[in-house]
Ligand binder design. Structure first.
Ligand SMILES: NC(=O)c1ccc[n+]([C@@H]2O[C@H](COP(=O)([O-])OP(=O)(O)OC[C@H]3O[C@@H](n4cnc5c(N)ncnc54)[C@H](OP(=O)(O)O)[C@@H]3O)[C@@H](O)[C@H]2O)c1
Length: 257
């Protein structure tokens, strides 16, 4: 399958760990120029850059803050100016704090959730993607092809007590993705969403008891939880020329849950 990713410019937000890191490395294996953003874990981003280079790609590390429009626009501008444009955007970064109650943590009554907390989750999950897209698109239009992959979440379908804002944000991205597919498709830019189920990233592992993910995996149709690399493969397919005309779709990587 030809991905046509060699020397293509790929921006993966939130690539200092987890699904973002696995995605950056997968693009590196295809010979892409991969911009890796981080928020506070610069060492993690540098480690991702090392892995991308080792895999055969070229890496650039950039700081990016979902809560800061100026920082978003500066980060995108830096990547585009360094490499002359952007071919692929993977909007993967996430702020977890407050987004989903941890196991054992009490779930506040909905009417007690501070409006500020609700707004913060939507600001970093929806507004940040708006600002990122606005900064990226002038650099993506007019190139031979473009691809955009947004990250959804299985939780937006299933729901979870205490995760209303996170679910609302991911559902908003779904609606945005569907409209952008119409708007950008005629310019050769295909827009899709990858929907992971619970995935065994370092962050998730740090917040569940030992063995939890393995046991939960056994209850899934595939018999195991997804690894970050499973999600990365779906992203790199949709976010490459191997994807010929899949547009406005969601690809679920949930093990069949
Ligand atoms: N893991 C799952 O089970 C799961 C399930 C469904 C959907 N997802 C989705 O998959 C995506 C990746 O999740 P993950 O589990 O791989 O996450 P992760 O490993 O925790 O990584 C999160 C990334 O987001 C960055 N980030 C955090 N706060 C930020 C901020 N304020 N500004 C900019 N970047 C920030 C982190 O950077 P620093 O560490 O450098 O601060 C890190 O690179 C997310 O969109 C998530 O909603 C994940």
């Amino acid at each position: 399958m030809r991905t046509d990713l060699r020397n293509k410019v790929v921006l993966v937000t939130g690539a200092s760990s987890g699904i973002g890191r696995a995605t950056a490395v997968a693009y590196g294996e295809e010979g892409a120029k991969v911009a890796i953003t981080y928020h506070s874990n610069e060492d993690g981003a540098r480690e991702t850059a090392r892995l991308v280079t080792e895999a055969g790609g070229t890496a650039l590390v950039v700081r990016y803050d979902l809560a800061d429009e100026r920082c978003i626009r500066d980060a995108v501008g830096r990547v585009a100016e360094e490499w002359g444009g952007i071919d692929v955007l993977v909007a993967n970064a996430v702020v977890w704090s407050e987004a989903i109650p941890r196991p054992g943590q009490p779930v506040p009554r909905f009417e007690d959730v501070p409006a500020k907390q609700w707004q913060e989750v939507l600001r970093t999950s929806v507004d940040a993607v708006f600002h990122t897209l606005q900064a990226v698109l002038p650099w993506m239009r007019g190139r031979p092809w473009g691809r955009i992959v947004l990250l959804g979440a299985g939780l937006a379908d299933t729901g979870k007590a205490g995760a209303g804002a996170y679910g609302a944000g991911k559902s908003a991205l779904f609606g945005l993705m569907r409209s952008l597919a119409w708007e950008l498709g005629p310019d050769g830019i295909l827009v899709n969403m990858v929907v992971p189920g619970q995935t065994s990233t370092e962050t998730v592992r740090a917040h569940v008891p030992p063995g939890f993910l393995e046991e939960k995996g056994k209850t899934l149709p595939s018999g195991r939880m997804s690894a970050p690399e499973d999600v990365a493969r779906a992203i790199t397919f949709l976010g490459s020329a191997a994807n010929g005309n899949t547009n406005g779709e969601t690809l679920r990587v949930t093990g069949g849950a």
